[in-house]
Design a protein around this ligand. Sequence first.
Ligand code: URA
Length: 200
Amino acid sequence: QSADTAAAVAGADLAQLREMVVGCTACGLCHGRKQAVFGTGAPAARWLVVGEAPGEQEDRKGEPFVGRSGQLLDAMLASVGMSRDKDVFIANVIKCRPPGNRNPKPEEIAACSPYLLRQITLLKPERILVVGRFAAQTLLQTEASIASLRGRVHHLDAPDGRRIPLVVSYHPAYLLRSPLEKARAWQDLQLAVTLDKPAG
Ligand code: URA
């Protein structure tokens, strides 16, 4: 992003940020997208769920997690009493669909990350649930596997100085292929919920 764009992102409210994302041309992904996917949910949501990037259906609809992965994500959230509309805001690290759903490139991550960081600053989530290796490695700046990152609480140092508890779990698309891991994902959700309860 240019210095001008970075300054505009840093000063944007949620509506302005959405406009910027929708019109973004900061990397080559803008050429192949039907539309950018900003994220959905209540601005006052207590949890932020972070995925990887839009797939074909998300690109068409302009909303995150609307395909089969999204149905599973909704069911996972419902299993701990959380709903997409009221309790969580869902966003991706990358706002535009990579061609053929390939992994995002470092320059695309660099161009897009400021939007997610600004979303975190504006939404002030109490908790971040990160699904999948790509988002976990990007947000935690690590090469570690999901298996080694899940099952414990991490913290994200947000740009505004807050330390936000962050829980890592498997991506719903992976769970569709490996249903036996669902029990572990449920443990991760339990961990995130337990954090919501006051200690003592
Ligand atoms: N997978 C993701 O990581 N995000 C989406 O929005 C859809 C599928």
